[in-house]
Write a protein that binds this ligand. Structure first.
Ligand SMILES: [Zn+2]
Length: 320
């Protein structure tokens, strides 16, 4: 039996997991990142978490031919460095070199969204497709593109594929990256919450005030969707706008990349067909040559948070 070991470094938690050859997680540990700590301490904890996950699976470290690490921010796969991690305050951090002080042997590093994409590609419902575009809708809009044969597209110096920062509206809404009009500024859950609050503020009768006990701080990505399903017209406007921006974003990416399948991740994909159905309609209208080539399959990502750990663990299986 072959086993793989992966670590998913996040701003809140460090998760490590052992993955078996059926690509299921058989042991997992999670501990707080405590991000104010020095770089070296956090990396030492990542190695500790990996060892503990191995132990919980009843395995020695020599059962693994590598360790895979997924980390937030742009990664240079050649140097094993993280260019910057805003969330942790790291710049040009030599993560792989530091990690090897604790666990010797091959270590692979990739961006966390790329790892999630790769996990879905290898182990999720997307595994039957040769190329996959993965978009995750959360605080931001992240994603990964897995090319035919199982290679993560990482671009020059690992800066490739940041779909959230492709321009959707020139000089549009302010984005977290400092730019304007990015996909993330319209299709993230943060953007959905911003729009929900704006429209609610202008409509004191909206059902959503009642749903949130009159507190804007209780507005979530679900608020407008729930209100719309209960017949709230203003909630429906926010949902329709959100879906239009999301649909246009996905169509543009599909016209550029033409993957076999598109996967949508993040909590909002639990809206299922209520979200994906209208996006498919927009794709039909806007995809190049839509009348001659069938559109890519559009579906919900299936692995949730496990995708990041599974993808990191399986980095050694990436086609080169
Ligand atoms: Zn941006």
């Amino acid at each position: 039996m072959k086993y793989y070991l992966g670590i998913d470094l996040g701003g809140t938690n460090i998760a490590a997991g052992v993955v078996n050859e059926e690509f299921n997680i058989v042991a997992q540990v999670s501990r707080p990142t405590e991000k104010a700590r020095p770089f070296g301490e956090i990396v030492a904890d990542m190695a500790d978490a990996a060892r503990e996950a191995a132990q919980n699976a009843g395995l020695d470290m020599d059962a693994f031919s590598s360790v895979g690490i997924g980390a937030p921010g742009p990664v240079d796969p050649d140097t094993g460095r993280l260019a910057f991690v805003t969330n942790l305050g790291w710049k040009n951090a030599p993560l792989v070199d530091e990690f090897k002080k604790h666990i010797a042997g091959p270590a692979y590093l990739a961006n966390d969204a790329d790892c999630a994409a790769f996990g879905e590609y290898r182990a999720g419902d997307a595994k039957k497709y040769p190329s996959v575009l993965f978009i995750t809708l959360g605080t931001g809009v992240g994603g990964g593109m897995i090319l035919d044969g199982g290679r993560i597209f990482s671009g020059a110096s690992g800066r490739g594929f940041e779909p959230g920062h492709a321009t959707l509206v020139l000089d549009g809404a302010r984005c977290g990256c400092g730019g304007r009009g990015c996909i993330e500024a319209y299709a993230s859950v943060t953007a959905l919450i911003r729009e929900t609050i704006e429209v609610m503020a202008a409509d004191p009768r909206s059902l959503r005030h009642e749903m949130c006990g009159g507190e804007f701080s209780r507005v979530s990505g679900r608020t407008s969707f729930e209100a719309a399903k209960q017949g709230d017209a203003a909630g429906q406007i926010v949902v329709d706008n959100y879906i239009r921006y999301l649909g246009a974003s996905i169509s543009s990416l599909v016209n550029s990349l033409r993957p076999h399948a598109v996967l949508i991740g993040g909590g909002i994909c639990n809206e299922g067909e209520y979200l994906l159905g209208p996006v498919r309609e927009i794709m039909k209208k806007t995809l190049y040559s839509a009348d001659t080539i069938p559109p890519p399959v559009l579906m919900k990502a299936t692995l949730g948070n496990a995708a990041g750990i599974i993808g990191a663990a399986l980095l050694e299986t990436q086609a080169l």
